[in-house]
Structure formats: C-alpha cells, structure tokens
Ligand binder design. Structure first.
Ligand SMILES: C[S@@+](CC[C@H](N)C(=O)[O-])C[C@H]1O[C@@H](n2cnc3c(N)ncnc32)[C@H](O)[C@@H]1O
Ligand code: SF4
Ligand code: SF4
Length: 318
C-alpha cells in the first residue's frame, strides 16, 4: 500500500515540501522563541443555512444576510490566508455547499489544502483538488434527525453514497466524518462508526461547546464523559486505529477543562487558526466566536472543540 499521511500521498508530500518548511519553521519559532504565527485558516463562506440544528453555535450570533462576492473572497484569501502562509483552510458557514462558487475558488487557490465542513444534504460535487469533505453526523439516524431535522440523515446518506459510488474507487477517501458529541448522542458513537466506516476515510470526534452555563446539550466532566472517551480510546487503540483521527493526547484532554476560564481562552492556542466570518472579518476568540464585541461568547471552560484541543495535545498553547 502506498505511504499516506493524513490522506496525503508521498508524491503530494514531496510537491508540498516548501509548505512544510514554512510550517516547520513556524513550529520551531513557537517552540524556541514563543513566536505565534497562524498555521491554519477557517472561513465562514456563507451566512445562510438550510438547517437549524439544535446544537448550532452559528445561529446564536447570526445577524445580517450579506455575503461576499468572489472577488472579495479572493482578496480575503490573499490578505488573510496566503500572506500568513496558512497550510490548511477549512470552509464552514452556514452551509458552504450553498456557495459552490466560493468552494471552487478556495480549492483552486489551495489545491489539496482546502476542506469543506458540510451537512451533506446537498449533492456532493467531485472536485479533483479538494483535500476532503468533513460530513457532520450527529448520531444514529434517529438522534441525528432529532438534532438536525426530519430526514436530514437520509439525505446525507444518499449524497455520501452517491459520491462514493460514482466517483471512482478512491472516492471514499474524500469523505471524513465529524461527530460533535453531546448529551443526546453520546451513546450512539459505535453506531455512527458502523454506519459510516465503509463509506469514509476517517472519523473525528469533538464535544459540544456551550455558550451559556447549564446548556443541557453539554456533557459534564465526570464519570460518564470519561467513560465515553475511554471507549473511543479503546476503539482507536484497537480495530479503528487508522479510522479514528483524534490523537489519544487530545482525547485525554477532553475529559476535563483544557482551554480557559469562563469565556476567556487561557491555554487555548487561538493564534494558531485565523478565522474569518462571512464578511472576511476576523472572529474572536476563535472559529466559533464572532467579529462583533457584543456577541454571545463560547464557554472556554467547557470547550470541546477538536481543532484547537488537538494542538494543545501536541504541546501548543495560548
Ligand atoms: C457550524 S457547522 C457549519 C458547516 C455545516 N453547516 C455543517 O453542519 O457541517 C460546523 C460544525 O460545527 C459543529 N457545531 C455546531 N455547533 C456546535 C457547538 N456548539 N459546539 C461544537 N460544535 C458545533 C457542527 O456540528 C458542524 O460539524
Ligand atoms: S447545518 Fe451546520 S450551520 Fe446549519 S444549523 Fe446545522 S450545524 Fe449549524
Ligand atoms: S476553541 Fe474557542 S471556545 Fe474553545 S477554548 Fe479556545 S477560544 Fe475558547
């Protein structure tokens, strides 16, 4: 089997070596001189969504219904992401598949370095140079539909299977599953793995991050959460070694508070990811925050976000 790291083949890694140089020097700059320069980017490319999921942070701060043109996005790409030599850019929203023109622009500007987080309810286009699609799955069929709306699971299932079955024998590699664990779906993790493992390359887990104290979807720190995480670690160290993408160091962190106090990040390396909203404005403190001061704030103390905790697990801090 040809060598692969994070879905990247050997040839690709060779082609990208100048980029790795940038990433490596950023990492060294951080380790040796505490120099903080962003490694990743995230962009809310659209301010519209076709779903209204129960757990969603995006709806909490959504206001005006404006979007940028392609030319404006090109400017954001150059000024925010390329200038900073970010390695991977993640496209979010709203629902990014409702702005396929912008998705195509990012994929063209960042070949094999742009991934799209999608609810999967729209047909998934084959884009030769996409890194991969993160498909959000929030439990078994029943729980996913309770959280995401009637027949959301069925639509996503059909679109993923159509993608995998019509785009050649390697198409499954483009599909990665992301599950946000909350108090409703925490006992459906094994079912999610069994439902999707034959049609996807990887699965990543993160935990629901609340914006207010007492959010019933948050899974409290304690025995139940620890047990769920231990089960994921067991699967990762057993049958699903190559499928579950979270490193054990990150999963261990998720057992307790790792990011900050109240709504203030402390250990969280917010500097490592430049996040822009649908107008290209930088969001604070992180990709689920907002460019506006008066917005609702995520509770760092109870954070379960994967993209930042993975960096803390690798020794990068705020
Ligand atoms: C806001 S959505 C945007 C992309 C697309 N609409 C989707 O659902 O995949 C991005 C990801 O954030 C997750 N998410 C939403 N609210 C969250 C929260 N409060 N805590 C952690 N993750 C959350 C979603 O499940 C989804 O995987
Ligand atoms: S589909 Fe994505 S953006 Fe839309 S409400 Fe659900 S989680 Fe939020
Ligand atoms: S990812 Fe956001 S919410 Fe979580 S600890 Fe960091 S800044 Fe706070």
């Amino acid at each position: 089997m040809p060598m692969e790291i994070m879905g990247r083949g050997f040839q690709q890694i060779l082609r990208e070596s100048p980029l790795y140089f940038h990433i490596f020097s950023k990492y060294l700059g951080y380790k040796l001189f505490n120099k903080k320069s962003p490694l990743y980017g995230s962009a809310d490319i659209i301010n519209v969504c076709n779903l209204h999921c129960e757990h969603c942070y995006w709806w909490l701060n959504r206001k005006e219904n404006e979007d940028l043109t392609l030319d404006q996005w090109k400017k954001v790409i150059d000024e925010k992401f390329k200038k900073n030599h970010v390695f991977i850019v993640t496209l979010v929203g709203g629902e990014p598949m409702m702005r396929q023109d912008v998705v195509k622009l990012f994929v063209k500007e960042f070949p094999k370095r742009a991934c799209v987080v999608t609810n999967g309810t729209y047909p998934i286009p084959f884009l030769k140079d996409i890194y991969f699609y993160w498909i959000s799955i929030d439990g078994d069929q029943k729980t996913h539909d309770e959280i995401r709306g009637e027949n959301a699971w069925g639509k996503t299932r059909k679109n993923v299977l159509d993608y995998v079955n019509t785009n050649g024998d390697k198409a499954w590699k483009d599909i990665w599953i992301t599950m946000t664990i909350n108090s409703k779906n925490l006992h459906t993790i094994k079912t999610v793995i069994n439902d999707w493992k034959d049609y996807s390359n990887k699965i990543g887990f993160q935990f629901h991050t609340p914006f207010m104290p007492g959010d019933p979807l948050w899974v409290p720190f304690g025995d139940e959460r620890t047990q769920v995480i231990n089960e994921i670690i067991d699967m990762k160290e057993g049958t699903f070694k190559d499928y579950i993408i979270n490193p054990t160091s990150q999963l261990e962190l998720m057992k307790s508070s790792w990011g900050g106090k109240g709504t203030t990040p402390v250990d969280c390396p917010t500097w490592a990811i430049i996040s822009v909203d649908h107008m290209g404005r930088e969001k604070l403190p992180c990709c689920i925050g907002s460019a506006e001061n008066k917005s609702m704030k995520p509770r760092c103390e109870e954070c379960g976000l994967g993209c930042y905790s993975v960096l803390v697990g690798y020794g990068m801090k705020g």
